[in-house]
Design a protein around this ligand. Structure first.
Ligand code: GDP
Length: 192
């Protein structure tokens, strides 16, 4: 299991020169059952809590990446209700997006492409960081989407790609660190 050393749930934002811009909103998108809540709960450090099965939630945490602190608010609200308003809002409010599918579910993979298209439409002029995530990589025998298919899809849709297993806590830390790096890269290139 990966450990998230030292940083606990009390998310103190360090008062650096860019402290106001280091709080990032990250939205989880994807079909029902692909593992969004599982990933968010690992990020939030609450996956061991017994009161699971909340309909939707937000997880706030500061982590140190490359020696610099960043605070993420991860929104697991995509499926909260069927309201079109909420989904439109999700498409507009994020600083970065994690689009999740399950490698054991081809339909969820196709849905991920649709979501990417929807997102591009909603944020046409912006270059927002997106990571495509193939979750449940531990379920080797029921795999329906190969790593190569996932990677190729990410190339077509111009986003990053990673496979994770929330069940084994594999690559989950890399995922959230990756999203922070993507946000920083874009921020830095804007400042140049
Ligand atoms: P959501 O609907 O996208 O939020 O998905 P959940 O996080 O609720 O997960 C749906 C189901 O898939 C739950 O039973 C999880 O325990 C299971 N699950 C999530 N991630 C993984 C994974 O990486 N591997 C396996 N084997 N099961 C997973």
């Amino acid at each position: 299991r990966e450990s998230w050393a030292s940083d606990s749930s009390d998310s103190v934002i360090s008062s650096g020169s860019d402290s106001d811009s280091s709080l990032y909103k990250v939205i989880l998108l994807g079909e029902h059952g692909v593992g969004k809540t599982s990933l968010a709960r690992i990020f939030g450090g609450v996956e061991d809590c017994p009161d699971a099965e909340e309909a939707g939630n937000t997880y706030n945490r500061s982590i140190i990446v490359d020696g610099e602190e960043a605070s993420l608010i991860v929104f697991d609200i995509w499926e909260q209700d069927d309201s079109q308003w909420l989904q439109n809002h999700c498409m507009k409010m994020g600083d970065a997006y994690i689009i999740v599918y399950s490698v054991t579910d081809k339909v969820s993979f196709e849905k991920a492409s649709e979501l990417r298209i929807q997102l591009r439409r909603a944020r046409q002029t912006e270059d927002i960081p997106i990571i495509l995530v193939g979750n449940k990589s531990d379920l080797v025998r029921s795999r329906e989407v190969s790593v190569d298919e996932g990677r190729a899809c990410a190339v077509v849709f111009d986003c990053k790609f990673i496979e994770t297993s929330a069940a084994l806590h594999h690559n989950v830390k890399d995922l959230f660190e990756g999203i922070i790096r993507q946000i920083r890269l874009r921020k830095d290139s804007k400042e140049d």
